[in-house]
Design a protein around this ligand. Structure first.
Ligand SMILES: CSC[C@@H](O)[C@@H](O)C(=O)COP(=O)(O)O
Length: 358
């Protein structure tokens, strides 16, 4: 099955809090259950969160007792607020929920039943588009990978790539399928160990050679000349190209610059937020300190120790070689190329005309 799958009016998720080979399936029948799955990271990774939230909206429509359109739209607004409050950083969540709200508000849908059917179809479309988008990013990104390359990868960008390809993992998978002999250095990704738990499993399934390393070992391998390219995903890309991704990404980008190693971000255009001007404006999720102080419930610090746990960090655009999207690879100047990729250039030209008073 796929990591996010719609089955007879129920959202089925492969629970990513467990080891993937255990294949524990979580069934969500209400928007509340979907919001909880996102908050607790049973479903995680920016595009998967977006797809799950879209199904959360479809469930809200199906479960709403509303008999008229206005009442149904009010229930959907409430579900949107609930889902948007589940995690703050990955913009795909907000993008998907807003897309569902726009679809629900479509003038052509006259009665509640038509809205319900349209929302289920739209959520399925979002999930299917995600798979297709990943394949396209994989094709573009694989052009950057040479036979014999060692790729450094952070966190888990598959969710789960064996079935859905993934973003950075999609590039790795495509290069492998093209017959390139590659090796992946897998950052374990403390504190939640998405690299060691999920990425390592996916690479095993795909038969791609890899080595798990402690996050702090990345500089060691770069300095030894063992890394040819760094590939990471993204949770939100600001209008100027600054990128929020799993904490530790910024460190890798600075190290890569020091060692002259290309640093690429792989993300669909739905991860770009043109309304966030730069990285300082991206909300960074702070998670429970127990994620740092414990591993699988076992304390690793003395009782009384306190921890800080930012789940993401921001990599300034100047450290990024390129952003691999489904529309092609964006290079600096990122602000201009992002606007072009999002089709916003026309409006900008109108703004310029307005500013000049024409
Ligand atoms: C397709 S994955 C891109 C990002 O979402 C990924 O790198 C990441 O940071 C995931 O964070 P997570 O906290 O596990 O949801």
């Amino acid at each position: 099955m796929r990591s996010v799958e719609w089955h007879d009016g129920v959202l089925r998720l492969i629970d990513q809090r467990r080891l993937p080979h255990e294949m524990v399936i979580l069934e969500c029948e209400t928007p509340e259950a979907v919001a909880e799955a996102i908050r607790t990271m049973a479903v995680r990774g920016a595009p998967a969160i977006g797809a799950a939230a879209a199904f959360g909206m479809a469930l809200a429509a199906l479960r709403s007792p509303a008999s008229d359109r206005a009442a149904l739209l009010r229930d959907l607004e409430a579900a949107a607020r609930l889902l948007k409050a589940s995690r703050p950083t990955a913009v795909n969540l907000f993008w998907a929920v807003d897309r569902m709200l726009r679809r629900a508000a479509d003038e052509g849908l006259e009665d509640p039943q038509a809205v319900r059917e349209a929302l289920v179809a739209e959520a399925i479309r979002i999930a299917e588009e995600d798979v297709e988008t990943n394949r396209r990013m994989g094709q573009y990104g694989a052009t950057l990978i040479r036979d014999g390359d060692t790729i450094l990868h952070h966190c888990n960008t598959g969710a789960l790539a064996t079935v859905d390809y993934g973003t950075a993992l999609g590039v790795i998978r495509t290069a492998h399928e093209q017959g390139k002999r590659i090796h992946v250095l897998v950052d374990e990704t403390r504190p939640r160990l998405q690299g060691a738990r999920l990425t390592a499993w996916e690479l095993l399934q795909l038969g791609i050679p890899f080595t798990v390393i402690a996050d702090g070992a990345a500089g060691y391998f770069m300095r030894k000349g063992k890394v040819n390219i760094v590939l990471v995903g993204a949770d939100r890309i600001a209008a100027n190209g600054d990128v929020a991704n799993k904490v530790g990404t910024y460190t890798l980008a600075v190290l890569a610059r020091e060692h002259g190693i290309p640093f690429y971000v792989v993300a669909p255009t739905s991860t770009i937020d043109p309304n966030t001007p730069n990285g300082d404006a991206i909300p960074i999720e702070e998670r429970d300190e127990r994620e740092v102080l414990e591993i699988e419930g076992v304390p690793i610090a003395p009782r009384g120790a306190r921890a800080a746990n930012p789940a993401f960090d921001v990599t300034p655009a100047r450290y990024i070689t390129g952003i691999i999207t489904e529309k092609g690879i964006l290079y600096p100047p990122f602000d201009l190329h992002i606007r072009r990729a999002l089709g916003l250039e026309q409006e900008d030209l109108r703004d310029v005309v307005a500013l000049r008073g024409l």
